[in-house]
Design a protein around this ligand. Structure first.
Ligand SMILES: Nc1nc2c(ncn2[C@@H]2O[C@H](COP(=O)(O)OP(=O)(O)OP(=O)(O)O)[C@@H](O)[C@H]2O)c(=O)[nH]1
Length: 326
């Protein structure tokens, strides 16, 4: 049986997750969507709103996933997996103050979960009027935007056009790899959005490939001390050595590194290796074969707070493997 696609919908408080989810569910009918509500507290108002929309939705509330993570989420996923005949797609809606990377981590790291579900993407709703303010005040808002594959800038009915440009530039400065859409009342092109997953390795590869020579500059267009930069490698890297350093660095800077993703080449190996970090771990996955053995350009994109590109560059450069001249 095919594994069920999974999406995370996140946003800072009140940006329009539930409104968007209702639209999503209606647009996808007759597909059956299982919604995991990630509510803090006993009353599940959002669940009630969704249930009004259609009859096909199954809904489960089980405390706050980010507060009671590991076991809590695994138990819920086991239950959802046992009921896999009842739905076609799984959506997890996080609380407005959650850091969704803890949920993503479970899908990337746990082999049983990875086998049972097909993780697709993180969709982040953004309140066009409030996002800039939130970004100044709340670390979680930054993390939600940094990890997103798709940014849905909602409530544009509440702002002037000039402000929308500023919002889009800010978002692009934080996460240039994410695809942004603008809209209101949670209405966005669902079919397009579903194509945009980049958490899954194939999509990371595709995104890294299509960026060609367009490089992101360090510290672009934002004043939130977010660093977004790209490192390019024209030679393979020694993965064993690199992994030790990566894990050390990711652990050391765990409060600063929000996301790393991309592809690298390793010596004597015909396929791309896809690297990505979520929270304090690095995951390496097998990618597609390199087309040209003599032209294997690796590229990694970093998103974080106050990261020094030079420091990362230096660390990576130590692990480059040059062809022997003898
Ligand atoms: N003006 C305006 N209001 C909107 C828009 N989208 C949603 N709203 C309203 O904004 C409020 C919050 O929307 P929700 O969909 O509940 O937001 P949420 O992100 O699920 O909220 P939390 O779960 O509390 O974080 C509701 O009153 C919506 O009706 C929009 O585009 N424009």
């Amino acid at each position: 049986m095919k594994t069920k696609p999974v999406h995370i919908i996140t946003s800072f408080l009140g940006a329009g997750k539930t409104t968007f989810l209702n639209h999503f569910i209606k647009e996808r009918l007759p597909e059956r969507i299982f919604v995991i509500e990630n509510e803090c507290g006993a009353t599940n108002v959002d669940g009630a709103l969704i249930m009004d929309g259609t009859e096909e939705i199954v809904e489960l509330t089980s405390g706050c996933l980010c507060c009671s993570l590991a076991d809590g989420l695994l138990d819920i996923l086991q239950d959802v997996y046992n009921r896999r005949d009842e739905y076609d797609r799984l959506v997890i809606e996080t609380t407005g103050i959650a850091d969704p990377s803890s949920i993503v981590q479970v899908f990337l790291e746990n082999p049983a979960v990875e086998k049972a579900f097909s993780f697709q993407q993180v969709i982040c709703l953004v309140d066009a009027g409030l996002v800039v303010e939130w970004l100044d005040e709340a670390e979680e808002a930054l993390r939600q935007i940094a990890i997103a594959d798709v940014l849905l800038v909602n409530k544009i009915d509440q702002i002037a056009e000039g402000k929308l440009h500023q919002v889009l530039a800010t978002l692009n400065g934080i996460n240039p790899q994410a695809k942004s859409y603008t809209g209101y009342d949670g209405i966005f092109p669902i079919e397009d959005i579903l194509q945009m997953g980049t958490i899954n390795p194939e999509a990371i590869e595709a995104v890294t490939n299509t960026q060609g020579h367009h490089h992101f500059q360090h510290g672009e267009t934002n004043n939130h001390k977010i660093s977004t930069f790209t490192l390019d490698f024209s030679h393979p890297l020694d993965l064993n050595e690199l992994q030790l350093d990566l894990n050390r660095i990711i652990h050391l800077y765990r409060h600063q590194v929000y996301r790393v993703k991309g592809v690298i080449a390793i010596p004597h190996y015909p396929n791309r290796v896809i690297l990505q970090s979520v929270r304090s771990t690095f995951v390496a996955t097998d990618g597609t074969p390199w087309e040209d053995e003599n032209n294997r350009e690796g590229r990694l994109v970093f998103i974080g707070r106050g990261l020094k590109k030079e420091a990362f560059e230096k660390m990576f450069n130590q692990h480059l493997v040059f062809p022997s001249i003898s």
